[in-house]
Ligand binder design. Sequence first.
Ligand SMILES: [Mg+2]
Length: 190
Amino acid sequence: MKFGFDIDDTLINLREHAFTIYNKKLGKNVPLEVFKKLKRVEIHEPFGLTDQQGSKMWKDSLEEIYYTDCPPFPDAIETLQELNRQGHEIYYITARPKEHGVRTKEWLKQRGFPIKDEHFYYGMEDHEKAKIIRELKLDYFVDDKPAILNTLSEDTVKVLMKDQSYNRHVKDIPRIIHWKELIEILTKEN
Ligand SMILES: [Mg+2]
């Protein structure tokens, strides 16, 4: 089968990593409990930043957020390696900007994610992901953003949502809380 994965906040814990960086850079100590209750993707509000300031902070910190030691979610690498061993095709579809595509791919490879160069897509807007997912005729696609998954609801691709505090209001898409669950879901469905 063909599996597609979003990267940020689906396979790796990027926002939490960025939250830690913000605390350090801004000399604050906003507890992780606050982060875990955020109802939106953006993380700047608990630091007292406006949306505009938050957007600038994100852009100014991007190098550090992307390329330091952002942890993959537990068992994300192992699960994708297992799918790869089983002979499935694995695709990555990320909205990370074009100029970060190649470095992001290398960063993920170094961490052990199984990646074929031609199966790595980047630099599209969120709403453009659906087009690529359709063209690839994926069997499964996993993302953390409900809007992306909702645009695929009429398609044959089976969508799964990586659980996050800002997507818990969505009840009609199966969710992955821990990555080990993916193999269990597949065993049940196939
Ligand atoms: Mg994401």
